[in-house]
Write a protein that binds this ligand. Structure first.
Ligand code: SF4
Ligand code: ZN
Length: 318
């Protein structure tokens, strides 16, 4: 297989695009495509400060790398979840400690700013304990984890003056979530699921600049660029619905290259055409600020995050 641009030996073959590229041209091509996607969805400009949620995995580190190479003003945010997992897989220090080490290493090597929030230090308990104490999630801490991450990302963006929050979700992530939302026809989730979620009072704009790139494309980028990242997934991802949906979609993709990309891009088109409602309904207007943390909430009184932390305090006292 030869590189389409220079005829040299191809390093990556993208069957869905009928395109093969050598290392050098692939490392050029991917950031160019990301730039086009950022512009297409008017995600942010070079004047705006972007906060990249960095997990230590390939997608978020590759995103940070690409944005800085494209001369965007991108800083990182690492949220320490306190997840340990199998010590044999994570240099005995645990999943979160190892992912923090790699995020920090990337920041140091590139002279970038990484903000760090440690959930246990900030709120008294790591994510798995918070989930257990509050009985949310039935053995899987993902719903508590998602709630805490959303809250903390918004808090840091607001407190430190970032206009935009960027996450490294790739096409495989988005297609798997889309499959879940479609199987249940969750209109509200479908309306909000896209590359750009506009800002609203108290909530930063959210963008996913990698969401039209396959996971294998991101892996290839990270490897060819020499980015050291955490290979293992969070131990709680094993056996989850998202993982199951990814496997289903991979089987489909194996039979019909490009199926995943079409599924997602056609959805974006249908969403744009108003199939799930008006785009300006993405974020509800009837939100009010939480009396404790100030973040917008649809609940009367405290937001879900403040109710969670209040509950852990009551449990700790009783
Ligand atoms: Fe959090 Fe669940 Fe993702 Fe692990 S798999 S990082 S617990 S949401
Ligand atoms: Zn609150």
């Amino acid at each position: 297989m030869k590189c389409r641009k220079c005829g040299g030996k191809a390093a990556v073959n993208m069957r869905q695009h009928k395109l093969a590229l050598c290392k050098e041209h692939y490392l050029e091509w991917l950031p160019e495509q990301v730039e086009r996607f950022i512009r297409k969805y008017q995600m942010f400009t070079r004047d705006e400060k972007v906060l990249v949620a960095v997990s230590g995995g390939k997608d978020s580190l590759a995103l940070w790398d690409i944005l800085t190479r494209l001369n965007y003003r991108a800083d990182g945010l690492y949220i320490g979840l306190g997840i340990v997992g199998d010590p044999a897989l994570f240099r005995a220090s645990g999943y979160s400690a190892e992912s923090h080490r790699l995020a920090q290493k990337f920041a140091d090597e590139h002279g970038l700013t990484l903000h760090v929030v440690d959930v246990e230090q900030a709120y008294g308990y790591p994510i798995p304990v918070l989930a257990e104490m509050t009985n949310r999630g039935k053995g899987r801490p993902c719903s508590v984890c998602g709630l805490v991450k959303r809250h903390e990302m918004n808090r840091i963006a607001r407190d430190l003056g970032y206009a935009v929050l960027a996450t490294g979700h790739n096409l495989d992530d988005e297609a798997a979530v889309l499959l879940s939302n479609t199987l249940t026809w969750s209109r509200d989730y479908l309306l909000r699921q896209g590359p750009l979620l506009r800002e609203s009072p108290g909530l930063a704009r959210k963008v996913k600049p990698l969401c039209r790139f396959y996971e294998r494309e991101m892996t290839a980028y990270a490897l060819l660029r020499g980015i050291e990242y955490i290979y293992e997934e969070c131990p709680y991802a094993v056996g989850s619905t998202t993982t199951y949906n990814k496997e289903l979609l991979n089987r489909l993709e194996g039979q019909r290259p490009g199926a995943k990309l079409h599924f997602y891009l056609r959805f974006l088109q249908a969403r744009q055409e108003g199939l799930f409602g008006k785009m300006d309904e993405e974020r509800h207007t009837e939100l009010q600020p939480c009396p404790q943390c100030g973040q917008p909430t649809s609940a009367p009184g405290l937001c879900a995050f403040c109710r969670l932390t209040a509950r852990t305090k009551t449990i700790a006292i009783s």
